[in-house]
Design a protein around this ligand. Structure first.
Ligand code: PLP
Length: 440
């Protein structure tokens, strides 16, 4: 009997070891980590240089409380993070994960509003579907009713606008009118809520698990940034999943040269070596909060030297191995293979994503985009079949909160063409088995 408990009673094999893109359970079975865990292990498992950096830091110190000490590791990682963010975002605050980082971004935004005499601003607009974390504040801005509804009485109700799923609405994502159409929904919502009450808009630049790697239509991100500016609404980019090279740029915002007010980082930032998250914010925004009495926030483990040393070493490895570029090149090659699977398996209705943040969606009808009946639980069945075959992929059922099956295929950024062939061949076999089981 295990004393652990998680979301369900489903047990998984015991993990023995992990190296590069592969993981082995205690029975010696090998798995290709085709989702980098939950889109976390961007540089692969057990990178020796990161382990060395962690060992060196552990021999110096593993904890220094933030009210007593700064550490070289946290100072250096903050400086390097700032250098990777757009100009003028030189202030970095460390936490231990994505949800904590989202909470921190929202609280910083609120304290900024107070500091500049705009106490009426508190509403944070987000999108549906979206995922920003599982703590109550992060859940309040998450657009995914199966996860949020049970806790609704405990959260402040936050406005949501539809995510720009042009493929479901029959719109052309390459037509600038489509981007303008969805961005206008943000302006409409700001006006409906009363611009003086809106604090921020939080958005994943490219959707994560919530939308299955949804790439926004042309012009959308620039337009939402412009609308935020026009109404004095802070733009918070949740780069928890898109950051650290995953989309073929170090940050997703680079695809559109955006200048947000706050960037939220975690997952690939320390690539699973230690729990680490961060927010980076504009200097003037943080300056106003600090002058206004200080940031009323902070976690015991924030800025942990071991975590920061690992984070610094991960950034080194991303640069040394040219992983941002590899994500772009291997992402295009994997996309090609997923598109080929779509032509062979009519159950795949859409392939989407950017770099190595890729997904495909299972549908009953690829033409009408009708979803499969939820009772089939097709996404989970495919994940289970692939797992049995030694491939780990990640799935969610999120269309309109409850419908639509998509599978994230997001291997570590160190993948080679040979790994991509293995992923595609296993998915091919798994999709064939799924179609047989569903008698399609
Ligand atoms: N934001 C995004 C975009 C995410 O994908 C996630 C996790 O999947 C989070 C926030 C929450 O991160 P964590 O699970 O580390 O709390």
């Amino acid at each position: 009997m295990s004393h652990l408990f998680y979301q369900t009673s489903q047990r998984r094999p015991l993990l023995d070891q992990a190296r590069g893109v592969y993981m082995w359970d205690v029975d010696g079975k090998r798995y290709l980590d085709g989702s980098s865990g939950a889109m976390v292990c961007n540089i692969g498992h057990s990178n020796p240089n990161v382990l060395d950096a962690m060992r060196r830091q552990m021999e110096k110190s593993t904890f220094g409380y933030r009210l007593h000490f700064e550490t070289e590791a946290s100072e250096q990682l903050a400086a390097r993070t700032a250098a990777l963010c757009p100009e003028g975002m030189n202030k970095v605050f460390f936490v231990s994960g994505g949800s904590e980082a989202v909470e921190s971004a929202i609280k910083l935004a609120r304290q900024h509003a107070l500091a500049i005499g705009q106490a009426g601003r508190w509403r944070v607009i987000s999108r549906s579907p979206s995922y920003h974390g599982c703590t109550l504040g992060a859940l309040a801005v998450t657009g995914y009713t199966p996860l949020t509804d049970p806790f609704a009485p405990m959260m402040r109700e936050m406005p949501k606008i539809p995510a720009p799923r042009a493929y479901l609405d029959g719109l052309d994502p390459t037509d600038p009118a489509t981007g303008a159409h969805y961005a206008a929904m943000l302006e409409t919502e700001i006006l409906a809520q009363g611009p003086g009450s809106v604090l921020a808009f939080i958005v994943e630049p490219i959707g994560g698990a919530s939308t299955g790697a949804l790439v926004p239509p042309v012009g959308y991100m620039q337009a939402v940034q412009e609308i935020c500016r026009r109404y004095g609404v802070l733009l918070i980019l949740d780069e928890v999943m898109t950051g650290a090279g995953r989309t073929g740029r170090f940050l997703g915002l680079e695809h559109w040269n955006l200048s947000p007010d706050i960037v939220v980082l975690s997952k690939g930032f320390a690539a699973g070596y230690v729990p680490l998250g961060a927010i980076a914010a504009r200097d003037d925004l943080v300056g106003a909060v600090l002058e206004g009495g200080g940031f009323l926030h902070g976690f015991t483990y924030a800025g942990n030297p071991l975590a920061c040393a690992a984070g610094g070493a991960v950034i080194d490895e991303i640069a040394r191995l040219d992983l941002v570029q590899n994500a772009a090149v291997m992402g295009a090659a994997l996309r090609h293979r997923l598109d080929a699977l779509m032509t062979r398996h009519p159950i795949i209705g859409d392939v989407r994503g950017q770099g190595l943040l890729l997904a495909f969606e299972l549908m009953a009808d690829p033409v009408t985009k009708a979803p499969l009946p939820s009772a089939l639980n097709a996404h989970q069945r495919l994940v289970d079949i692939a797992y049995e075959m030694g491939l780990i992929v990640y799935s969610r059922r999120t269309r309109d909160g409850v419908e639509g099956d998509h599978i994230m295929v997001c291997p570590p950024l160190i993948v080679t063409e040979a790994h991509l062939d293995e992923i595609a061949d296993t998915l091919d076999a798994a999709l064939t088995r799924l179609a047989d089981e569903l008698a399609l």
